[in-house]
Write a protein that binds this ligand. Sequence first.
Ligand code: SF4
Ligand code: SF4
Length: 753
Amino acid sequence: MDKKYGAYICTGCGIGDALDIEGLTGAAKEQGMQAKVHEALCSVAGRELIQNDINNDGVNTVVVCACSPRVMKDEFNFGDDKYVTRANLREGVAWCAEEVTESRSAEKVKEFATEKGQDYVRMACVQAKKGDLPDPYKLETINKKILVMGGGIAGMTAAMDAAKAGYAVTIIEAQDKLGGKALGWRKQFPTAAPWTGLEEPTVQAMVAAVQAEAGITLKTATEVARIAGAPGAYKVTLKAAGTKSEWDAPKKVGVDEQDKITKGEMEDPNLGLQPYMAEDTAAEDFGAVVLATGWNPADVSEYAHLGYGKLKNVVTNAEFEKLAKTGKVPASVAFVQSPGGAEHDQDFPYCNSVTSMVALKQARYVREDNAAEGKAYVLYQHMRTPGNMEMFYKGAQNDDGIFMTKATVTQVEESGNGLAVHLKDTLLNEDVTLNVDMVVLAAGMVPTTSDKPTINLAYRQGPAFLDLELFDGYADSHFICFPYETRRTGVYACGGVRKAMNMEETIDDACGAALKAIQSIESADRGVAVHPRSGDGTYPEFFFQRCTQCKRCTEECPFGALDDDEKGTPKPNPTRCRRCGTCMGACPERIIGFKNYNIDQIGSMVKSIEVPDDDEDKLRIIVFACENDAYPALDMAAMRKLPQNALVRVVSVRCLGSVNMAWIKDALAAGMDGALLLGCKFGDDYQCHFVKGSELAEKRMANIGETLGSLGLEPERCGVRQIAINEYNKVDEIINEFVEEIIGLGPNPFKGF
Ligand code: SF4
Ligand code: SF4
């Protein structure tokens, strides 16, 4: 695109008071842009100023120097054919200016703030010069049919909701009939006032409705043999349940295996080169997948003191439900909700409110089947009955035959014809022994992805969801922010495979996954990303002539978006891509980039920062802040007028995984004194929106630290710090600590060279 630039500086919201505006226009001028100044660019008059330049002077690349790029997005959107960059002068400088103190005069504060503002103006101008408008990748043909794996409550609901929205759906179910585990339930939780009584199961009515729905194709006793392709263009091969297929032995494709690929498959733009290259004539086309394969009861045999597997009448809650469905339950039953022993204050793994409510439901069976002599003892550490289920809990509490107490079970053993349950009642602080006919353990709901991690994806990274062991077997890409989204774009999980949940929750959940599947298909059709960069029309482009086939990009992509071609070169699947830029950060050849986010652009922005080489009070520290947590936290800190260190210059990045170490080298080579990566938390509490970007950044920074050491620079000049979005009150402290460390090291010895 032939660019015609327009730069605009806002003096509203305190910017004009905190910064020297002439200094800012001067910085734009250095970049060849004659900036216009307005008192409120976001106002009607301010926007008109810009729009008139677009209409009358042909401006198509707009540099807005005003508030954070996270706000006023609509106000500064001048159409899809106009490229807009933003300099964050308000939150990034004016609102976080340092406080005037005895040692720092008002003039000095303004001088430092203006220098920071000038750098942000320079960077926004360079960003405009080096970036371009997105050119969305679109599939030539798109298939909008949805495959639902699993025909239980979750799968049936997702299928019905998608069908009602006008999308063709195929349900595959490994069993020979629909209904899943709900077929074995005797009663359901209440779904209406007064929320105290049990209800008759509705699963058969759901099955009948699904069977009558014209938009749904049913395939029972069927499993997936292979899923190849990408969102909007999946090729799915099905097989009879329980049978083997040629793709059952999962393995990663290697260059040495490429010769097994048929020529036809190589040329198929949708299928592309895939790990399992046998003829696949029976494949069906789909656009997205809903994963509703449910859960399995957790193994509770490891708790030896509870006797499961050894004592005949110690059963799980799932086994008790079967017994209750087919016959009469015993007259006295203890429901053990937590393992006791050394883990006395914990629940069983994979438990939550569902297992509390199941115990209350099953206690009711004891009362229903045994009238006056029925006695149910619910022994819990945590009783969770959210929302209206509090009434259900109260109903059980008011039943004379249901006894509930907080207790630690120390031993279950045979006693006469029954069982003796030894416990410490932690409410009464008494040791108690209960003599019962049966003990029911609250086994949790383990996602099927834990036992069977593969959905037979024909992806270079393998057929399964990666890193399941790190996430307790769950396939989510982000457990807080993006429900339903797995670590494979286009595959959306719901129901028990996503979280332990009851039927009502499952129905809501399935609707969400169906909508996500539809969103994925429609996003692929428009050539834009799904969460978290929904609507982003860019995608990674590769300059393959310089690719060394090192495969770092294919291996580090958190979403398996890259396969290999016949020569072993990365083969992008843009509709699988979430636009995180991890591949760009990984590539040592620096040949991956997006139209509006690339190595040259960010590197040039960094180099445009003015680094004084004769003033020890003016060290410069570059902070690459992830746009998902760290950058918002910085904005929020500024909204609370928390001062930010005047020496830092912040660059927003898509993910710390996208930070190419070339930028760090550029910064230090330009004389900057330190480089900090500020991103999401990783480890057990991971919050990275792109699964592992911050973790990768930590590893890469450790490597660059070694390189710096060999150059005679202190490795401590480069750091990685973690921050959650709600820790805005800590972010300045974290930055200040790092800056203090750099001040302690002194100026970059290569400054000025
Ligand atoms: S941008 Fe992210 S999701 Fe897309 S190919 Fe690169 S690493 Fe994979
Ligand atoms: S990281 Fe870069 S050089 Fe390595 S395979 Fe990927 S594109 Fe090629």
